[in-house]
Design a binder for this molecule. Structure first.
Ligand SMILES: [Zn+2]
Length: 142
């Protein structure tokens, strides 16, 4: 099943497993005008497969910024580190909402490198978080 198209059944399984949120920025699918993307954590071009363990639900923005990257740069340690892996890592160990919960902060080199690489505090996300906050739907409960 490596390069075959992702079936509707598999897509729904990935959406449900992610509780209909982007597995990186945690934005809810409910406010999106289109379905989120099924992201290959390890890109097909780099030998990744369509196995559920290599798939994550990702909003368009996070997926576009991640592209085929699996490593990023942590500004504090100056090191190149693995990006957050939704299947292997625990989100809350690497990310937290700032005191102003419109912003995500990285708790670890991996968290910081992922926020930077995927631009997880991009202007569009801040606007969405602001609106969701007014609806009492942000920050999300994980
Ligand atoms: Zn996202």
């Amino acid at each position: 099943m490596s390069r075959s198209k992702i079936s509707e059944e598999l897509r729904e399984e990935v959406e449900k497993r992610a509780e209909y949120r982007c597995e990186y920025c945690q934005t809810t699918l409910e406010i999106s005008t289109q379905r989120f993307e099924i992201e290959h954590i390890k890109a097909l071009a780099k030998g990744g497969t369509n196995h559920p363990d290599n798939l994550a639900l990702s909003c368009r923005g996070c997926n576009a910024h991640k592209h085929s990257k699996t490593k990023g740069h942590d500004e504090i340690t100056g090191k190149k580190v693995d990006l957050y892996h939704p299947r292997l890592d625990n989100w809350s160990e690497h990310f937290a909402w700032d005191q102003d919960p419109l912003y995500l902060i990285g708790l670890t080199p991996k968290g910081r490198a992922t926020i930077s690489a995927l631009k997880m505090n991009r202007t569009q996300l801040i606007s969405v978080r602001n609106l969701l906050q007014q609806l009492h739907k942000h920050p999300p409960t994980l």
